[in-house]
Design a protein around this ligand. Structure first.
Ligand SMILES: [Zn+2]
Length: 253
């Protein structure tokens, strides 16, 4: 039983367990090329949050990891079988309810640890922050915290070499042999501003990729996943610890 994981702990322990930071991992349930499970983002959320919290807790962080939210924003994937979309407005309601609980119980720090590119928490946290001014509301995208080129050969952003390597390390029984994987080829939009990244429209997923993946996963290995996991959880732990230790009345220098 790890006391910093709410799903594992109990009332006897939690009554006297000091908490100042709640971490809410947020995933998605969606197709990940042919070879990775629909729960890939959930597995990454759980394992990264748990390991980072362990490191931070051992260094004195007063931290609790809440159960991972399994559904994410998949509005561009409505025609991909059993990709389970929840809307941003639904996310906002869920977050507001959770923030109200934390605020009522004098737990004034929340970090949403996001595992899914379709989730965008910034506007939601801005709005909820107006309602609960005592709360420190934050989020991070762990998948952008490191330069992936330092760890992996082929760039990508969904069911790619990085995610496949991670899953080979974290949950290999749920990864099909790599010969099943598609090449994760991404068709690029014809509009130049969007292609360059300074203009945006939602990618219509089934038009962009044939196998639901973006990024060739076939150079993935368990070893690459293990190495990346070790560094990313260390970096996340640092963030957890810094937020836990932060004085909310003295945040700036
Ligand atoms: Zn994913």
């Amino acid at each position: 039983m790890r006391p910093y994981i709410l799903a594992e702990t109990n009332w006897k322990t939690i009554r006297d367990y000091p908490v100042d930071l709640a971490v809410l991992p947020w995933g998605a349930t969606e197709a990940h090329n042919y070879h990775l499970p629909y729960s890939a983002d959930i597995i990454e959320s759980d394992k990264i949050a748990y390991e980072a919290a362990r490191i931070a807790w051992e260094q004195g962080a007063k931290i609790i990891v809440l159960p991972t939210m399994p559904y994410g924003v998949n509005t561009g994937q409505t025609d991909i079988k059993l990709d389970l979309n929840i809307n941003p407005s639904t996310q906002a309601l869920i977050i507001k309810d959770i923030v109200r609980v934390l605020n009522n119980q004098n737990i004034f720090k929340l970090l949403i640890m996001n595992s899914h590119g379709g989730n965008d928490f910034k506007p939601i946290l801005r709005e909820i922050g107006m309602i609960f001014p005592r709360m420190f509301l934050s989020y991070c995208n762990w998948f952008t915290a490191l330069n992936k080129n330092d760890f992996f050969d082929i760039p990508g952003d969904h069911a790619d070499e990085m995610e496949t390597s991670l899953l080979l390390f974290l949950e290999p029984r749920l990864v099909l042999a790599l010969e099943n994987a598609g090449e994760g080829y991404e068709k690029k939009i014809k509009i130049r501003g969007i292609r360059e990244g300074w203009a945006w429209t939602e990618r219509k997923w089934s038009k962009v990729t044939d196998d639901t993946g973006i990024g060739d996963p076939r150079k993935a290995t368990r070893e690459k996943g293990e190495k990346y996991f070790k560094i990313i959880t260390g970096k996340m732990a640092e963030l957890f610890l810094e937020i836990s230790n932060a004085d909310l009345n003295n945040l700036y220098e």
